[in-house]
Design a protein around this ligand. Sequence first.
Ligand code: IDP
Ligand code: MG
Length: 245
Amino acid sequence: MSASRKLFQAAARSLLSASQRSSPAALLAAEGRTAALATLTNLGRKTLPTAYAYHKQGSHHASSGWGAFAAAVPAAVYMLQDQEAHAAEVNAAELERTFIAIKPDGVQRGLISEIVSRFERKGYKLVAIKLIVPSKEFAQKHYHDLKDRPFFNGLCDFLSSGPVLAMVWEGEGVIKYGRKLIGATDPQKSEPGTIRGDLAIVVVRNIIHGSDGPETAKDEIALWFEPKELVSYTSNAEKWIYGVN
Ligand code: IDP
Ligand code: MG
């Protein structure tokens, strides 16, 4: 990148961060048209066309006062906003999270990368991952809602028999759609194309667990992970995975 382009982007970036720190009203008063534009674009994806139109309208001022720089900075701000603010919005929108675990059979069969890649390729974001051997007591906590079922003891013995890959995945609708990716509980009934449909045959070795609703997702994430193990970051791909036209 050329030095002038770097400088230009730095100027745009400082305006961008000023706009992110300030309230829209304060900004309109204190920093004028350019920063107000940045704030407008920051208010939400749906305001972008308005803000962009505002910028275009204002561009005839290029030859007066501010000169070319004043006209060009809003354009740079807009471009950065388009790339960066949307990613921030995606985070700020408190995307859903779900707990997914590859059970000991999936780990032993070498299916970690196959399963992780299905969630990754879909566009979901990995926010936590660890390989652990849960104790039987821990397995009983995890499956507490099944404690009256005849298979409960065997299920908890199995879950605690070896390494489990515990994960948290994030994305719009990830709880429900994660279950679709996984397929029906009994692999005999799972559709081809689903993880269990493609990779498992019997219910007691169905290789993967996924939270079945928002409440269980919250509880299971809290059971398996410390808050500090959940990593918040902006994925570079988000601006291409989500969008509004
Ligand atoms: P899910 O894993 O699809 O959410 P659940 O009904 O929550 O299914 O059951 C938890 C786990 O218990 C299943 O993944 C499976 O390993 C086991 N399981 C469920 N139903 C049976 C059964 O009828 N016999 C034996 N094991 C079962
Ligand atoms: Mg379940």
